[in-house]
Design a protein around this ligand. Structure first.
Ligand SMILES: [Zn+2]
Length: 250
């Protein structure tokens, strides 16, 4: 069995574009994505998307409910989406979380048997009472009694260089991307280090974030990887997603 990378669409968010990209105008609808990496030694889910309760009630979003309209069609919770692609939620071995914002870890409770892999800095932020009170993190999304491995820096998940966590801090303190060595070539799932391609080309940023300086360095690092031949898959790029969502990458 060789490595495969399967896209999962966990709903969509609509907001003013300026909420996501400084100085942008108009509205935008973005996909919320998760990815399954099948490796001979285990099955990995990169991010878990939106919480299923958001299908009918955006209450758990707190202040973000005023900013984002959530669209999750009925019946499209994570267990169902995984099963449509022939994965069993109970047999996911690892959840790699890019970061702990609501649209990246909301499905964690539906993946009961996985070990969570997260940067230590991110876990510290996500469990910081002040940041929870501000509504930036909701521990009910991710702090649910799973086994949690907190990592510091690069982490080679299977020890063979094929699935590697790459720190890309800035958007949040402990944001990370995931590099996968497919037979067709290396791929990096950038998550929210880059929402969509144009933002990387323009070096534009969200109006909020942990550190603009770190974010810029992380983006420059991704550009370097791209020049070395890595395919970048962006966190919320509707155009790119349309070309990826129905296929399995090998
Ligand atoms: Zn996001």
């Amino acid at each position: 069995m060789s490595l495969t990378l399967t896209p999962i669409e966990s709903g969509r968010l609509t907001s003013a574009k300026g909420v996501l990209c400084e100085h942008a105008e108009g509205d935008i609808t973005i996909p919320v994505s998760c990815w399954v990496v099948s490796h001979p030694k285990g099955t990995v889910l990169f991010d878990t998307g939106l919480h299923k309760e958001l299908t009918t009630d955006s209450g758990r979003l707190g202040a973000s409910a005023d900013v984002f309209a959530v669209d999750i069609p009925a019946g499209e919770d994570l267990v169902a989406l995984l099963s449509q692609k022939e994965f069993d939620a109970e047999k996911i071995d690892f959840i790699v979380l890019s970061h702990l914002h609501f649209d990246h870890c909301g499905g964690t409770e539906q993946i009961p048997n996985a070990r969570i892999i997260v940067q230590e800095e991110e876990w510290l932020s996500g469990t910081d009472p002040k940041l929870i009170e501000l509504g930036i993190y909701n521990p009910n999304d991710f702090n649910l009694g799973h086994s949690v491995k907190q990592i510091k820096g690069e982490f080679d998940l299977f020890g063979d260089g094929t699935v590697v966590c790459l720190p890309t801090p800035g958007h949040t303190a402990g944001h990370q991307s995931l590099r996968i060595e497919l037979e067709s070539g290396p791929v990096v799932l950038t998550s929210d280090c880059v929402y969509w391609q144009q933002m990387l080309e323009d070096m534009s940023f969200p109006p909020f974030g942990f550190s603009r300086e770190q974010h810029r360095d992380s983006m420059l690092n991704l550009i370097k990887l791209q020049k070395e031949g890595c395919k970048l898959i962006f966190g919320h790029d509707a155009l790119q997603w349309a070309s990826l969502k129905d296929n399995v990458l090998r």
